[in-house]
Design a protein around this ligand. Sequence first.
Ligand code: G16
Length: 547
Amino acid sequence: MSGLPVASIKELSEKHPKPSDIKFTYGTAGFRTLASVLDSVLFRVGILAGLRSKKLDGKTIGVMVTASHNPEQDNGVKLVDPRGEMLESSWESHATTLSNASSTDEFISALEAFVRDAKIDLSKPARVVYAMDTRPSGPALVSALEDGLRAIGADGRNAGVTTTPILHYLVRAINTKGTAEAYGDDSEDGYYTKLTNAFKKLVSAKPTPSPLLIDCANGVGANAAKKLAEYLGDTFSLVLENTSITAPGALNNACGADFVKTTQKLPSSLSNIIKPGQRGCSLDGDADRLMYFHLDDRGQFRMLDGDKIAALVAAFIVELVKAAGLDESIKVGVVQTAYANGASTKYLAERLPVKCVSTGVKHLHHAAEHYDVGVYFEANGHGTVLFSPDTLAKLADYQPSTPAQSTAVEHLVNLTQLINQTVGDALSDMLLVEVVLAHKAYGGLEWDSLYVDLPNRLVKVVVADRHIFKTVDAERRLTSPVGLQDKIDSLVGKYEGGRSFVRPSGTEDVVRVYAEAVVKSQADELAFRVAGLVYDETGGDPATRPK
Ligand code: G16
């Protein structure tokens, strides 16, 4: 006897049957696919979240219903562990197994085996906090999730419609409440107050920054940025665009961080609003990614992506650590993925330790934890900065010997409050960027000239089965389909400064191809030729071959 509430699970599970023809996978950021097929997944995730909480002695687990940068018809769900980080990876395969049980009986058997093998004490309490983005499919999926929570007897707290990073913040705030590590008040007010108080302290001696244009991707970031603007008051003014959260089909459509990064273009909705010399930024559909841009004096669009954010922020933190006299005891490191522009890696590696890991915040986050201060950003604008517990203690105990050291330590301490250390957070990252720009007296132009990006191109290839693509070496090399990597290598060798890699997306049903070369037309050509190889390998229709 496992002690599972079998009758209640059985009754509710019958309301949420699994579609017979679909195989679900817990991917880069949880389950993500067409919203119309996700009902059973949400029900089962509710039960899994309850079990995860029981396994961790009743600590609160987070569940975010979102498909982030994906189109509006998609949805998804990610699980958040007690410190606000992504679900421990060993549980991802359990999530996949449970989501694919074909019937209620099979699901219950799989649950019983899992509870037994994972040694979950079912007498423990279960607590879950959950939220959703603005997708029209959200309420029905949340209701399926609530049935799952009810079936396992978990206490649910509905955080409503909010951003992914706020949900991560709430999870950590709830679990650290009343402890020495208290992360902040466990409310949205607590989140905005914490961030904006730190921001105000950090820019207090600086001129007021010029207003910032924010492309809210017609998503939940619009609500959050509006609230943030209220908390910021006169300190910093935000000009919000693409805020149509209820317009059908508008979410992430020709706007938002993913659009800007993949097309390397300004959303046309902003073209009459932004002026030469002005800077702006784009959020994605759940406000965990940030892409900056500016128009130079000639009105040319210049993108400032996650790599540029990493360079700006890492250099600033290194300067502060040095100014504080702590450079012997606090070491800063950077984590990137294969998508990092070669020029950014060169720039950073000349100054700091840099590590390359697989795509996905979960991989970057864990690698960044190995540094005293770990700066991690994916090129797509997803990232944050982590201060290790030892570093936080050092900063708290440090006795500066000069006023300059004292100011630098104060700034570092305020940064630890400004930065959402649980996960990439577009709004917190935006305030961080603005702090650095204010301190350095940089505009977009000065920031952009830290290094010059190598021309690059990202292409998506639709294939029959992306799961046949297997990678090694932080996703930089393919091991399957056999022989394809050799063909890519020989193609890359023909391009000056050429670099290219292929990997299956974990959030969309596509294979991604990235290419770089010293000349833009060559980067484009290389990307499309590699995409052609990928396509041929999977026997696609010549009519839809990438060209
Ligand atoms: C998620 C992950 C990111 C990842 C992105 C794309 O972002 O959190 O770490 O870079 O997916 O992943 P893939 O290339 O595997 O599709 P988001 O903002 O969509 O949740």
